[in-house]
Design a protein around this ligand. Sequence first.
Ligand code: SER
Length: 596
Amino acid sequence: MKKLTSLQLREKYLQFFESKGHSIIASSSLIPENDPSVLFTTAGMHPLVPYLLGESHPNGKRLCDVQKCIRTGDIDEIGDATHCTFFEMLGNWSLGDYFKEDSIKFSFEFLTKSLEIPIDKIAVTVFEGDSDAPRDDFSAGVWASLGIDKNNIFFLAKEHNWWNSGETGPCGGDTEIFIITDKKCDKPDCSPACDCGKYVEIWNNVFMEYNKKADGKYEKLSQQNVDTGMGLERTICMLNGVSSVYETDFFSGAIELVCKLSGKEYLSDEETTKSMRIIADHIRTATFILGDDKGVTPSNMDQGYVLRRLIRRAVRYARVIGMEACGILEVSKCFIAKYSDIYSELAKNADKIIVELQKEIDRFSKTVENGLKEIEKVLKYVQNNMLNGKTAFRLYDTFGFPLEMTVEICKEKGVEVDVDGYHKSFAEHQLKSQKGAEQKFKGGLADSGDATINLHTATHLLNAALKKVLGDDNIMQRGSNITAERLRFDFNFDRPLTADEKTSIESMINGIIAEKIDIECEEITVEQAKEKGAIGVFESKYGQLVKVFTIGSYSKEICGGPHAKNTADLGVFKIQKEQSSSSGVRRIKGILIKSN
Ligand code: SER
């Protein structure tokens, strides 16, 4: 295998796919543009949903990139060898161009020729088929024809070999690629589905030919797509033969710093190792969220809440290894320096990252102080030296006091905590909020229904009207979330809007709608878009084509999503609510009322 640095692998990958006719596109923001089905970009395909559904991409049918991703579903696994909350995904796509055979051949060539991975170290899985889609004998055949041993080709069920982008949207069976490590497993039916660690997944090629509808049914898409994703960190880990992603160049520097600041040695014992890995992982992720151009700040909602949890969890583990909370700032600076060449937004937003981290650390120490007082009170009424689970959960839910700290403090007083009861209360609460979230995200833009398309178009008008009415050109979109029922639009502004301002915004938008303006779309380079005064996120690479949507003389915006044809389609716009979203950010909820 070829020993590569992360920089080399990023380059090698992009060059390889460029040589196979793919255009290199830039990493999108971590905060999804118009996809309400996820809080963060969790895969390279998320920003590409409209194109996978059939819209034409300005850069052609073959694309590749390195995408910043965040997945927090695995947060409890952080600290093991392979999971990270932030990671980079190397991806290549065919938008209705090549399909299974070429996709597998490209992957095989890259792995065996460019990365020099021996064939007998590669195992693959393919979809075994069910009532929704047939068994993928074709892909298995291609792998076998390339020389992969039949014993290293596994057929697995939907839970392993099917990829959905969310509850609804483009999806399909996949073929996953694994490195066979030296770990031994004595289970007779060991396969890549086994959790023994013998097989480490590095790449997933999804054959996206279905669209999952809200009623759970699958319909064929108008085109057959390929969506692949290769985990950069894991692949580097495998190529360099190190035992965890934390021993790769992504974390070098940060781990040494944590050692210095805590006076502890990495890998000295399990608790120290796990704590150091959690600190490094969480602060890297927090740095990227805060440093994103659409960066959110810690709050009690959505992305802000995830960010808050990451920072606080890092502070808590810093405590475990005897590192001062403010050491976290140094760790963040280390990541800013490491990644700024590739992700220039980190350098640009460096001050903001550090200021926001500091603020959250201060807030957390206040929380801890208050929580300590509350625990003192609660402990007075404890019976049989056992703190019940509901109370432990209330301490967490109301006071933000983490369970581990409750356990730690109670232990000092000889009191046990009903941890099972805590988890039960937690699960009940989660179920409730999950139901809420499902409701909230019902009918997202991924469905591309008329209602969502019209509401999305209305956000362009809202964006323009805000600048005009509030007389501030620095107002920028900070987030957008659209369901079939309403739009939600976040923007930077530091005070509530007055009633007059809200009325003026509505009138301006409804005026534009009444003008019945055709919405024009042009595909130009990002530099041309800038010259023409388009707004939007200029995250594309030099020379890359982007779509610019123009609405009369009112709005010119770089955007990917589908739009209405004429403003007359929109109906009547109304602001339902205007409120604070987080510090310095306001949130507008708006609706469109059918005019006829
Ligand atoms: N979307 C697929 C994944 O995330 C392939 O990129 O695994």
